[in-house]
Design a protein around this ligand. Structure first.
Ligand code: ADP
Ligand code: MG
Length: 589
């Protein structure tokens, strides 16, 4: 490590340095006696500006700064899955071992364990010409994840040697790539600068749903694998509970969960809960497919700024292997606040509400790294990004929510009135939307559910009509409405209580398969159709509401009928038909 300058000024996470050596923009540096990790974020004449990822108390003018010659980078290789990292990818468990529960400044450990041996099986032949990103071999990383060892993107040449199948650490040489006379040793580990997207071969339009088991999402406002979604909501609206539900149940191969500036106890919940949870698709612990990045509100603010880039870099790495990765960030508003704090200390010209003028371009740069792609080794994989947004006092007109809207295609607007009424998830059906509905409808049609879009449209129509009718009801009461409109109010209530409300803490209700979602919706649609017909024949709506005993059964089905149990839905439907027949016969000519 080489001294490249001396500290001249300190303000919170921002340090200025007078340059004495060679520096690069975005270079990772170490500051002062404690060797605090930082990054050069600006150079003005002979002064460099550094954001420091640890508390800067104790750093004083004159302290030396050391360069690394490389930008802030992630270590990529086997051993990432199941780990808990801080915002700059230091493994928290390792740090705690070194310094106890309160992580001391300057303590560090590499992201990937240097001693652990992985069982590498080669998949490439010596003598072949290889280009960046191509496959060298495989390692079983967890029982769920077969790790593809790929050549780093910018390396190419002839494979002149590859290690035989066996056990190797991430720093053992497992291949030689030769170009002319230069032989380059290759290990299972590569580094990648976190602020740069990893190259891909091709990008596609997302075309299949990320099945989340959350009914309001899967049926009304779906997100596609490789898509983007924002989850805005005020304090207590249910953002964290929903992000956790997505992390637990979404049918992604790998989940990267970034706890970004929120309270520490929420992260503790994840840490204690996830290892115990079993993935319904595979029967394995959820941690065998999960990486957690924790940068809670009590941790340094600059590392929070870095955390979404480190997280998405890990996501890209697994995407390149052909996995479907889901990345949750809770909350991107706290990330934007970190950006604002650093910008303020740099005395930059503030834009809206003190946020820097580059807030929108940074948000765009983050969401752009989502997508469905083909990697350099020919694998189709995806990154779905779900960003929580916490607008102060739940006001969506503030800059982070507004700019985020421009870069995402699914908007799950959490509503404080619904949350206050304990309607969870509090996704407001009138101002939420999904830009993936058409492609997802086509996917469902190809996968045995041609009625998906029809049911989605029917539910949305009923809910929208209900909201207009409620305006009238507020003015003149429900009694003045014709029976056909009272039926709409009744069916809308059924949709909300039997379908939209979902208790994340309930063992059965917490996760609903598409088949069960479909079964509930078919019951509601059937009730609406037959109910409308019977009212046309002259029956009053109160008879439908009060003389049919299956309604409470339908409402309870979400938490009483197991996902596999289609028979109970058939029984309920038969009972409904019988009870409706009994009413209908009174109105037959
Ligand atoms: P936010 O992160 O938006 O501040 P939380 O996700 O912490 O809000 O939710 C606040 C509370 O609301 C939770 O502690 C829980 O009691 C309740 N809640 C939110 N979503 C659900 C849900 N899907 N099912 C049951 N309860 C929920
Ligand atoms: Mg929260």
């Amino acid at each position: 490590m080489e001294a490249i300058g001396n500290v001249s000024w300190v303000s919170g996470p921002v340090v200025r340095m007078s340059i004495t050596g060679a520096v690069q923009m975005e270079e990772q540096v170490q500051v002062g006696k404690d060797l605090l990790i930082g990054e050069i974020i600006g150079v003005r004449g002979t002064t460099a500006i550094i954001q420091v990822y640890e508390e800067t108390g104790g750093v004083t003018p004159g302290d030396e700064v050391y360069g690394s010659g490389a930008p802030l980078s992630a270590e990529l290789g086997p051993g990432l899955i199941g780990q808990i990292f801080d915002g700059i990818l230091r493994p928290l468990e390792e740090l705690a071992k070194q310094s106890g529960d309160f992580i001391a400044r300057g303590v560090t450990a590499p992201s990937l364990n240097r001693e652990k041996k992985w069982h590498f099986a080669p998949a490439a032949q010596t003598g072949t010409d290889m280009t960046g990103g191509e496959l060298l071999g495989h390692v079983p990383e967890t029982p769920l994840i077969k790790h593809s060892v790929m050549l780093a993107p910018h390396i190419h040449g002839k494979l002149t040697w590859i290690a035989p199948e066996g056990d190797y650490t991430v720093t053992d040489v497992i291949a030689h790539i030769t170009q002319g006379k230069v032989e380059q040793p290759v290990t299972m580990m590569q580094r990648w600068p976190v602020r740069v997207k990893r190259p891909i071969a091709e990008r596609f339009q997302p075309d299949e749903p990320l099945i989340t088991g959350q009914r309001v999402i899967d049926a009304l406002f779906p997100v596609a694998k490789g898509g983007t979604a924002a989850l805005p909501g005020g304090f207590g609206a249910g953002k964290t509970v929903l992000q956790h539900a997505l992390a637990k149940w979404a049918d992604a191969d790998i989940v990267i969960y970034i706890g970004c500036g929120e309270r520490g106890n929420e992260m503790t919940d994840v840490l204690t809960e996830f290892p115990k949870l079993i993935d319904p698709a595979t029967g394995h612990s959820l941690m065998e497919r999960t990486i957690l990045i924790a940068n809670t509100s009590n941790m340094p603010v600059a590392a929070r700024e870095a955390s979404i880039y480190t997280g998405i870099t890990l996501a890209e790495y697994y995407r390149d292997m052909g996995y479907h990765v889901a990345l949750m960030a809770d909350s991107t508003s706290r990330w934007a606040e970190a950006l604002r704090e650093v910008s303020g200390r740099l005395e930059e010209m503030p834009a809206e509400e003190g946020f820097p003028a580059y807030l929108p371009s940074r948000l765009a740069g983050f969401y752009e790294r989502a997508g469905l792609t083909e990697s350099l080794c020919g694998r189709r994989g995806s990154i779905t990004v779900v960003g929580a947004v916490s607008p102060p006092s739940g006001d969506f007109s503030e800059p982070v929510t507004q700019h985020t809207r421009r870069f995402i295609r699914t908007f799950w607007a959490l509503d404080k009135t619904l949350a206050a009424a304990r309607h969870f998830p509090s996704i407001n059906w009138l101002n939420s939307y999904s830009g993936y509905s058409d492609v997802i409808a086509a996917w469902h049609a190809q996968h045995g559910d041609p009625r998906w879009q029809e049911l989605q449209q029917l539910m949305m129509d009923i809910l929208q009509e209900e909201s207009q009718l409620q305006e009238i009801v507020k003015l003149v009461g429900a009694d003045t409405l014709p029976d056909s409109q009272r039926l709409v109010l009744f069916i809308a209530r059924l949709i909300k209580e039997a379908f939209l409300q979902q208790n994340a803490m309930d063992e059965i209700d917490g996760y609903t398969t598409p088949e069960k979602q479909r079964a509930i919706l078919e019951l509601v649609a059937h009730a609406y159709k037959r109910g409308g017909h019977i009212i046309e024949m002259g029956a009053p709506s109160y008879r439908l509401e009060n003389q049919v005993s299956v309604w409470p059964q339908i409402i309870r089905a979400k938490s009483t009928v197991k996902n596999e149990d289609q028979d109970t839905f058939k029984t309920i439907r038969a009972a409904m038909d019988e009870q409706l027949d009994a009413i209908e016969k009174d109105y037959r000519e």
